[in-house]
Design a protein around this ligand. Structure first.
Ligand SMILES: CC(=O)N[C@H]1[C@@H](OP(=O)(O)OP(=O)(O)OC[C@H]2O[C@@H](n3ccc(=O)[nH]c3=O)[C@H](O)[C@@H]2O)O[C@H](CO)[C@@H](O)[C@@H]1O
Ligand SMILES: C=C(OP(=O)(O)O)C(=O)O
Length: 417
């Protein structure tokens, strides 16, 4: 078994460059299926989720070339292909193949998506959206089958502002006859990124980033070149590492406006920050103060940063209350942090953290991606060598994390045990 070992107590110094956003790239790669030409995507992070999506694109006949951080996809020869097993089960974002293949081929057969278990993760809103556009959806033999004689624009109101459902409905609607309106659309920056790519391919999408998106169907989409936005969750994770252990750490390639709720909480916790145009300098605070937080849809505090932020709260003086409203069971990191000496009580969707507590290294399990990130942060702080199991979750979403943290002065390595 491969484990990640983190030796705690080393100060962090220097600078780190943030990579392209995982939650964008997984949708951008799927969007290439809608193209009849060549799509070139720049700033692609090295992630196992990216590898899995490339495998699926190749399965449907896409020709993919990868050169450092640039991926070029030629979609001309793609054909409808059922994807039931294999790569499709490795990540959550394989659900984007449903909307993209339905849009391009008017049919799709996709296995049940994998990804992090954060409690139930239904896709009913995606399916209701496809049905509203004229598709029939059946679920049998371990996968979803979608088919439409023709797709027609519709007015779709999402019960919950779901990122995945918003993007998936956009994918299915770009080739629909007429105009589609998505009401109560999610507003995450990754949605704007996807709409930008599609518009550069020839789509007619307006309103991305607001709660009303309008998609006027077109007959053909071609190729384009697109640069991915920086990963605001990766950026937040390095900011937390710096707030915990940084003498002086500069975090480059960020869009500060994408991170306002998170930065407000760092400020409230007493973390000293110096802002530049596209960078931020962070130093460890003399004393961190307890801070309450509640996860919300964008522009609120991102659920993906809740687990890593909890580690900061274990080092803050006083009692902090963390309320998770998006994925109410997203607390698998708590027991592992308690094993390391944290004082956290969790009930239902709330965790109460009392700090500061010294953390001690031990063997812990990364149950999901951001739980894994939280354990890496805890390992940086803890006394001794923390052993983190199930590191494949971390590899889904953090580009070269060992290299990036080592460059800052941390001590961590992978070991076969
Ligand atoms: C690949 C990707 O981009 N993943 C992100 C995406 O996941 P994902 O797109 O899966 O998350 P959603 O925005 O869809 O989920 C938000 C909420 O809506 C609910 N819901 C969603 C769809 C649906 O059909 N029915 C339903 O009830 C979910 O259970 C959840 O409570 O947004 C999440 C919320 O910001 C992030 O944590 C994930 O990192
Ligand atoms: C939950 C996450 O990813 P996914 O939706 O891909 O499982 C995440 O990025 O924190």
């Amino acid at each position: 078994m491969r484990v990640l070992k983190v030796e705690g107590g080393f100060p962090l110094n220097g600078s780190v460059d943030i990579s392209g956003a995982k939650n964008s790239v997984v949708a951008l790669l799927a969007a290439s299926i809608l193209s009849n030409g060549v799509v070139k995507i720049e700033d692609v992070p090295e992630l196992s989720d990216v590898d899995a999506l490339i495998a699926m694109i190749e399965e449907v006949g896409g020709h993919v070339e990868r050169n450092d951080t640039t991926i070029t996809i030629n979609s001309e020869n793609m054909v409808y292909t059922p994807l039931i097993e294999g790569a499709v089960q490795k990540l959550r974002a394989s659900y984007y193949l449903m909307g993209a293949m339905l849009g391009r081929f008017k049919k799709a057969t996709i296995g049940v998506p994998g990804g992090c278990y954060l409690g139930p993760r239904p896709i009913d809103l995606h399916i209701r959206g496809f049905q509203a556009l004229g598709a029939t959806v059946t679920n049998e033999g371990g996968g979803y089958h979608l088919e439409a004689e023709k797709l027609t624009g519709a007015r779709i109101n999402l019960d919950t502002a779901s990122v995945g459902a918003t993007i998936n409905i956009v994918f299915a609607a770009v080739y629909a006859e007429g105009t589609t309106y998505i009401e109560n659309a999610a507003k995450e920056p990754e949605i704007i990124d996807v709409a930008t790519l599609l518009n550069n391919m020839g789509a007619k999408i307006t309103g991305a980033g607001t709660d009303l998106i309008r998609i006027e169907g077109v007959e053909r989409l071609d190729g384009c070149v697109h640069q991915i936005i920086p990963d605001r969750i990766e950026a937040g994770t390095y900011m937390l590492a710096a707030a915990l252990m940084g003498e002086e750490v500069r975090i480059n390639n960020i869009i500060v406006e994408h991170m306002e709720a998170f930065l407000a909480k760092l400020r409230e916790a007493g973390v000293p920050m110096e802002f530049g145009d596209d960078y931020l300098i962070i130093r460890k605070a003399d004393e961190l103060v307890a801070t309450n937080l509640k996860t919300m849809v964008y522009p609120g505090f991102a659920t993906d940063l809740q687990q890593p932020f909890t580690v900061l709260l274990t080092q803050a003086k006083g009692t902090s209350v963390v309320n998770e409203t998006i994925y109410t069971a997203r607390f698998k990191h708590v027991n592992e942090l308690v094993k390391m000496g944290a004082n956290i009580r969790q009930e239902a969707a709330t965790a109460v953290v009392v700090g500061p507590t010294d953390l001690q290294a031990t063997t812990v399990e990364a149950s999901d991606l951001r739980a894994g990130a939280a354990l890496v942060l805890a390992g940086l702080v803890a006394d001794g060598i923390t052993e983190i199991q199930n590191i494949e979750h971390i590899e889904r979403g953090y580009d070269r994390i060992i290299e990036k943290l080592s460059n800052l002065g941390a001590k961590l390595w992978v070991e076969e045990v």
